[in-house]
Design a protein around this ligand. Sequence first.
Ligand SMILES: *Cc1c(COP(=O)(O)O)cnc(C)c1O
Length: 481
Amino acid sequence: MYKKLIFEISKPGRKGYTLPENDVPKKQVDDLLPEKYLRQSPPQLPEVSENEVVRHYVNISIHNHHIDKGFYPLGSCTMKYNPKVNEVTAAMPGFRNTHPHTPEQFSQGSLELMYDLAGLLTEISGMESTSLQPAAGAQGELTGLLMIRAYHDKQGKPRKKIIVPDSSHGTNPASVTIAGYQSVNVKSNENGTVDLDDLAKVIDEDVAGLMLTNPNTLGIFEDQIIKIQKMMHDAGALMYMDGANLNALLGIVRPGDMGFDCVHFNLHKTFSTPHGGGGPGSGPVAVSERLEPFLPKPRVIKENGQYRFNYDYPDSIGKVHSFYGNFGMLVRAYTYIRMHGPAELRAISENAIINANYLLSKLRDHFELPYDSPVMHEFVVSASRQKAKGARAVDIAKRLLDYGFHAPTIYFPLIVKEALMIEPTETETKETLDEFADALIKINEEIDTDKDTVLTSPHKTPVKRLDDAKAAKEINVCYNG
Ligand SMILES: *Cc1c(COP(=O)(O)O)cnc(C)c1O
């Protein structure tokens, strides 16, 4: 049948497109597709052998940097190793071959996994309930804000503003705007945490909530969090936690216990599912009792030992994703959580914190530290001393590529000049951290002895230094090597 299909498809002309029996009736396809859109000649497909195809992709993969190839300390992104066992479970036929329209009685295993994963995330976050639908952290943010809006509307007191600290991730004010709220900035104090005096000034009865990352984007834990949540709740406003940094908190402290009403998870960060070019992402949201009625629907429920989708939530904000979210990612995250268990989940965060502090201890004499507080899973140093000698953060980042490392995040958070934001994650060895620190120390020496090499780097990558503005406008991702 396969052969027959290929043969027929490759025949020229619309008459060649014979569909197999029991599929969409041919007549219907002809009605749907106007003549002018139908191909009149066979497509020009390249004639290549499997060998050539494999070499093509292997070559592309080694020209790129990725977590399977080397250290990837991209601050804020938690580029931890993606265990291959996740791929094995996600590819199990019972999961992989299940169509979203499969009747519930034939997809009990998939439903059970979703039910259990939502329960695990609820437990990990100390919340009341979880939706697995959002497809990214940023979409989780929007989902959370829409629920906060629905909450205030339901109380009959619509509000207009959301407070966002100046150290927040760019997606926070963007989500606030997309949700139709006005974003109000609050300053950080000299410790790099929220300035409570400034916060008190901006709270009023138009404030619907506060969006906070904890630990924040400087890698510093908001130690006034209990006071902050009290200030907000006393004013009738809700607490949203950007949970992208949850890799610092697993099994140690829970967003629900800190007084948050909503938190999103980045399964593609904390729970080891692929991201970047390897996505798609997944950004479930967990909520407190206050927001529980407004969660997206459907939710998976268990009744008489059977799992089913329940749509009966009159106050729900509705659907935020087609079907039920990025299911393959849910399988991977579930695998990761079950494989580790509670004690090891805590060890993940403890090791992420130890690795970040170890690396910081090796670098603290070589860079300026804008906020010299103990850090959680990531830290930010400033290259302002290096800039005074003529090499900026971007030059250091580019030179690191020559040493075989991915660059850290640079120029973020915005409150630190010449920022280098470094997140090693728990999956790296001491040897790798040592090599990375040595490379940065060596680059510092090069700035003194051989600055041009640094300023014109990278020298060893397939693509040399690009004009960033031009490269962003005239994207060329072809591989011709
Ligand atoms: C990664 C990140 C986000 C956005 O998550 P996406 O999945 O990329 O949309 C939001 N906030 C913080 C602090 C992050 O690190």
